[in-house]
Design a protein around this ligand. Structure first.
Ligand code: LLP
Length: 421
């Protein structure tokens, strides 16, 4: 459920008409709904209660500081994967003891920044990383709390580019070697082993891969405790999928996911951490774009939009489906017709959808890509020197631009020309 609905014939974000925002700030733009973000975050906290838990929002899915502050104010923790994301969490006022640091290649500099600013735990992904963290923490005279990410060798049955839990993936240490690696962690100075971390992939549409992974984590918890480790936290990662195409997919609900967590690891007496990104941010955002031209091609009509693959890369990168709707509600009974929906970027990959049934659209009409809150704006680039598009946050009947569209002068000012030219 989200808060993007037609009212009086126009698609609204909560109580604000998307066409009104378009008129003021121009297109394209991303628009997020506070009520949807809030609701999705709360679904997780309700699903995990009464277990002691912390829902750490995966910042990589949507990193605008205003969004982070919205979630942080509700009590959310944050999952970061770079110093930049750590800075964003801090800028949003999230305390260090609610920030977990994931990622397969943390640099010593990133470790230092997080240790200085305060961190709940590092999710360590390899032995070399663990040794580096031990050195950095020791040299600073502090103790780094760590969980070790184990790779459970489970097939997440999702898109190959976003599956992370198979042994051939680059993530975590093989679960079979956990005893050895935890023993070394316990010996190293500057580290405090607090738990186990696992994350098997993204956009999972079934619960069984989670179940297989979490049962392995439960076993491992018993084993490591018997070996003398004080395992008190389990970070179970993110990955719960969302419905991208209406009436088509029905991924499991957070309540079912919560029940699964309770069933598999709920009696271990551990504090549970999860790192959802997409389920909180995905359906909380839309990308609004305007039709520049309708071009009649050979046997097909092209809808040429002012948004392109640089603004929303998921369709060209993963073949992902995003529902596209007209901002002005079509009259009941309007016949749909197929369009190839494309952007202005100079490559064929800049295609959002082929033969997509849509109501008849004309130059100047507005369309909205649904489910664009997660991995939309954060993956955008300035390819073709197209300015990064603005982000807007709606709350009730008001909205704010939370990232402005850069001017061409600002973009050009980032380049410097050497004095020999
Ligand atoms: N935790 C870790 C360690 C992760 O690597 C990820 C996502 C998450 C949490 C959050 O997963 P989520 O709940 O959002 O599924 N760009 C791709 C998705 C990449 C996901 C990477 N890791 C896409 O557009 O589908």
């Amino acid at each position: 459920m989200d808060h993007f609905l037609y009212r009086s014939g126009t698609l609204h974000a909560e109580d604000v008409a998307l066409s009104d925002i378009a008129q003021v700030i121009g297109t394209p733009f991303y628009c997020y709904s506070t009520a949807t973000l809030t609701r999705h975050y709360q679904l997780f906290t309700e699903a995990l209660s009464p277990l002691p838990h912390l829902v750490c929002f995966a910042i990589k899915s949507l990193s605008n500081v205003a969004v982070l502050k919205t979630l942080g104010n509700l009590g959310a923790g944050m999952d970061v994967v770079s110093a930049g994301e750590y800075m964003r969490a801090k800028a949003a006022g999230v305390p260090g003891d609610k920030i977990v640091f994931s990622g397969v290649g943390k640099t010593r500099e990133e470790m230092r920044i997080a240790l200085e600013g305060g961190i709940r735990q590092f999710n360590v992904e390899s032995e070399p990383e663990m040794r580096a963290l031990s050195e950095v923490a020791s040299s600073m005279g502090v103790i780094a709390p760590i969980a070790i990410r184990v790779n459970p060798d489970v097939d997440a049955r999702t898109h190959e580019k976003i599956a992370t839990g198979k042994s051939e993936n680059k993530f975590g240490i093989p679960i079979a070697r956990a005893s050895e690696v935890y023993a070394e962690a316990a010996r190293l100075p500057g580290l405090d082993v607090v738990g186990i971390d696992v994350h098997i992939g993204s956009q999972l549409t079934e619960l069984s891969p989670f179940e297989q992974a979490y049962l392995k984590v439960a076993d491992l918890t018993h084993r490591l405790r018997a070996e003398g480790h004080d395992i008190r936290r389990l970070d179970l990662g993110g990955g719960l999928g969302i419905p991208y195409a209406r009436n088509n997919e029905a991924p499991p609900l957070p309540t079912d996911y919560g029940a699964l967590i309770k069933r598999t690891v709920g009696d271990l007496g551990c504090e549970i951490e999860i790192e959802p990104g997409r389920l909180i941010s995905g359906n909380s955002g839309v990308l609004v774009s305007r039709v520049i031209y309708v071009k009649n091609g050979e046997g097909r009509d092209f809808l040429i939009l002012d948004a392109a693959m640089n603004d929303l890369v998921r369709p060209s990168m993963y073949g992902a489906h995003h529902d596209i709707v007209a901002v002005e509600e079509p009259a009941a009974g309007t016949e749909q017709q197929p369009y190839d929906v494309v952007g202005p970027v100079c490559e064929t990959g800049d295609t959002f959808a082929k033969a997509r049934p849509l109501p008849p659209l004309a130059e100047g009409d507005l369309v909205a890509f649904r489910s664009a809150g997660a991995y939309g704006s954060v993956m955008a680039s300035e390819y073709n020197t197209r300015p990064l598009i603005p982000e807007v946050l709606v709350k009730g009947d008001h909205y704010a631009v939370i990232r402005a569209r850069p001017t061409f002068e600002e973009i050009l000012a980032r380049d410097t020309v050497p004095e020999w030219l």
